[in-house]
Unconditional design. Structure first.
Ligand code: NAD
Length: 437
């Protein structure tokens, strides 16, 4: 089947490459000429494990193409996916749909009857209805609009796309259902459940899923706070509750608070939808403020660990990306942490295995180092922010020798307190009993 993917970012590029790998003929369209030039030159604009090989293989087989020209990219396509960004609008947190409607109006100029337009971007309830209206306003007839929210996770995006927990399709007519069933047919072999529902329900399902996951994170983070006050260990509490099948072990890792390109904006957008509908969402509202407060207080944790003022102190930060295996810096907890450290007068040396290029414009005035040990050199405290694999087996003795101070602040609970103490470091984890003085 011929497919066009508008927006060639983390979601569009991975989805386009995977759909090509299923055997479809896919054209990925992006308005960013630089991105398309790099892709046409065989370079990846983002860092995602396995993506380069997948793109290369499908380009070589002639099934995956890249262009900035929407009209030619969408020509003859039975399905046109919209995978452009939907960031939070400044001020009110509403999902900014500028890119979506820009793409729809552009598409309207060339789209042919019989095409199915599918939103893969995360969009508020009613966006599909509005897209149908805009197409009609532009004189387009015979085009179905469906919702197919994407649930992939950066860092494991290809696996998530190819072996999804479920596929959600919201459609109002049989033609759209048929086309989407055909697109995802290869996944039926993996027995991936496909849920057909109404368009508005599919749109809301994505927000409800992310809000629920964000709730689990904020929940365990609050339990971690309690553990620090009553001398209990959140790692064991999480395991103790997570082994209950009704609860599940995932998303119960206490840490610095959730970040990334989805949870912060999607929780805010859900609250906006609820406000417009006149319905309270007190749980999600609390989740958002718990998380905001947590991120705002990260530098205070470091201050506590060094035992006083951070003025003139040097702090080593390991990990900048919002999570491992991605270069994505959007809403990363490292940003409020480092901003807070600088505000308190500290200097910062930071290392991340892949995200330093993305981080540089966002974090001016800090030193980027070649590895973890160089970051630790002369540091008064070392903070682990992102749990990259290479930070799980650091030579703590070597770090301790390089450092000037003793504090290891492990915001991901990668290490056991005893391991740090063995080499003379003072360990400050998250929710690992009473904090040392
Ligand atoms: P992104 O910023 O990485 O990519 C979006 C791309 O769209 C950019 O390359 C941009 O140049 C392009 N674009 C914008 N307007 C365009 C237009 N009119 N025509 C052509 N191209 C255009 O964003 P992303 O992370 O891939 O997210 C895309 C959507 O998917 C968002 O709604 C997001 O919430 C959702 N989503 C993201 C993830 C994730 O992990 N990143 C997971 C699930 C869902």
């Amino acid at each position: 089947m011929r497919i066009a993917m508008i927006g060639t970012g983390y979601v569009g590029l991975v989805s386009g490459a995977c759909l090509a790998d299923f055997g479809h003929e896919v054209t990925c369209v992006d308005k960013d000429q630089g991105k398309i030039d790099r892709l046409n030159a065989g370079e990846m604009p983002i860092w995602e494990p396995g993506l380069e090989a997948l793109v290369k293989a499908n380009v070589e087989r002639g099934r995956l193409h890249f262009t900035t020209d929407l009209a030619s990219g969408a020509e003859g396509a039975e399905a046109v996916f919209i995978a452009v960004g939907t960031p939070a609008r400044r001020g009110d947190g509403h999902a900014d749909l500028t890119f979506v409607f820009e793409a729809v109006r552009e598409l309207a100029k060339s789209v042919k009857p019989g095409t199915v337009v599918v939103t893969k971007s995360t969009v508020p309830v009613g966006t599909g209805d509005r897209i149908a209206e805009v197409l009609a306003e532009e004189g387009v007839a015979g085009v179905a609009v469906a919702s197919n929210p994407e649930f992939l996770r950066e860092g494991a995006a290809i696996r998530d796309f190819k072996i999804p927990d479920r596929i959600v399709v919201g459609a109002e007519d049989e033609k759209a259902r048929e086309v989407l069933r055909e697109i995802y047919r290869p996944l039926f072999l993996n027995q991936a459940p496909i849920l057909f529902t109404g368009r508005r329900t599919a749109e809301l399902t994505k927000y409800a899923a992310n809000a629920f996951l964000a709730t689990k994170i904020s929940f365990i983070n609050e339990v971690a706070n309690l553990c620090e006050a009553v001398d209990a260990d959140v790692q064991d509490v999480a395991r103790g509750i997570g082994l209950d099948n009704r609860i599940g072990a995932k998303f119960l890792h206490a840490g610095p608070g959730y970040g990334g390109s989805c949870f912060p904006k999607d929780t805010l957008a859900l609250l906006q939808t609820a406000e417009e509908a006149g319905v309270e969402q007190r749980i999600v509202s609390t989740v958002v403020s718990v998380n905001d407060n947590r991120k705002a207080a990260l530098a205070d944790r470091v201050e506590l660990a060094v035992g006083g003022s951070l003025a003139g102190k040097r702090i080593a930060v390991l990990g900048l990306a919002f999570k491992p295996n991605t270069d994505d810096m959007r809403d990363a907890p490292s940003i409020p942490l480092i901003d807070g450290l600088k505000d308190k007068g500290a200097s910062v040396a930071a290392f991340d295995p892949v995200a330093m290029n993305q981080a540089e414009p966002l974090l001016p005035g800090i030193d980027f180092t070649r590895d973890a040990y160089a970051a630790a050199d002369g540091a008064d405290a070392l903070v682990i922010v992102t749990e990259w694999d290479e930070f799980r087996a650091l030579d703590l003795g070597r770090l301790a020798r390089a450092m000037r101070g003793r504090a290891l602040i492990d915001l991901r609970n990668v290490y056991e307190p005893a391991e740090a103490e063995r080499v003379g470091l003072t360990y400050f984890g998250i929710g690992r009993g009473r904090l040392p003085h």
